[in-house]
Design a protein around this ligand. Structure first.
Ligand SMILES: [Ca+2]
Ligand SMILES: [Ca+2]
Length: 248
């Protein structure tokens, strides 16, 4: 598993009121300071990585192969006391965990304040249309799998192999799109009262859990850096995977 060292720093978490495509749970914008560097998976956890540890590949029907991201894994499958992380950490190779929501957004933004880490992409609709080539800082489809964006033959597709598009400024792949990514946090419908030190905002065990970044069958707007989604920790979905943090 390749990890990227994410430098300590401060950022503005959430989206401003006037951001195009924004949802009300993305505010208020607040300063978060991460006081230590941390390591984040360069990609979503792959099916080969899950298989190597768990002995089965739960993914089927929506992109299958060693380099595809693993999906159909619930928050509990990953982070419960008997989940993937417990098994991984028992190997003695370091303590891995899910990112906090703040760590995830900080890493996704990579120092940017725009809607996406590659720009605002305002010159084209927020649905399933890409920007015209050369009209924006970056074509969205150069950076993210969204809206059934096409495979080699242009046909509708599911998830795609990790790291097959361009990375963000931190060198992370697929922070926008491909699969949504589970975070450690319980869901709260605003950031009023949220921690400002980058730690996860936990809640009671069966509370909705947060996931971030949009996916292969969601709109472009859903893949914005500040967008949030949530579901029960038991949900398994072909749109939903994760990546890992290693704390030094
Ligand atoms: Ca993703
Ligand atoms: Ca949302």
């Amino acid at each position: 598993m390749r990890l990227v060292r994410i430098p300590a720093g401060s950022f503005q978490m959430g989206s401003p009121d006037l951001e195009t495509g924004r949802n009300s749970d993305e505010g208020p914008v607040h300063t978060v300071t991460l006081s230590s560097d941390f390591y984040l998976g360069e990609t979503e956890v792959t099916q080969a990585q899950w298989l190597a540890l768990a002995g089965i590949n739960p993914a089927s029907g929506y992109g299958v192969g060693n380099d595809y991201p693993v999906y159909d894994v619930s928050w509990n499958d990953i982070a419960s006391a008997t989940g993937f992380l417990a098994e991984l950490n028992a190997l003695g190779k370091g303590i891995f965990r899910l990112p906090s929501e703040a760590e995830w957004e900080y890493a996704c933004r990579g120092g940017t304040t725009t809607r996406f880490s590659f720009g605002d992409s305002l010159g084209c609709p927020d649905d399933c249309t890409d920007c015209a080539a050369g009209s924006e800082t970056g074509n969205r489809s150069d950076y993210m799998w969204y809206c059934w964006s096409g495979g080699p033959d242009g046909s509708p597709v599911a998830s795609l192999p990790v790291a097959s598009l361009l990375p963000n400024p931190f060198g992370l792949y697929d922070m926008h799109g491909n699969l949504w990514e589970w975070c450690q946090d319980g869901y709260h419908d605003s950031f009023v009262g949220a921690p400002n030190d980058g730690s996860a905002w936990e809640n009671f065990a069966d509370h909705l859990k947060v996931y971030r970044g949009g996916s292969w069958n969601y709109s472009a707007a859903s893949c914005r850096s500040a967008n949030r989604n949530k579901n029960l920790p038991t949900l398994r979905s072909p749109r939903l995977g994760f990546r890992l943090v290693l704390t030094p």
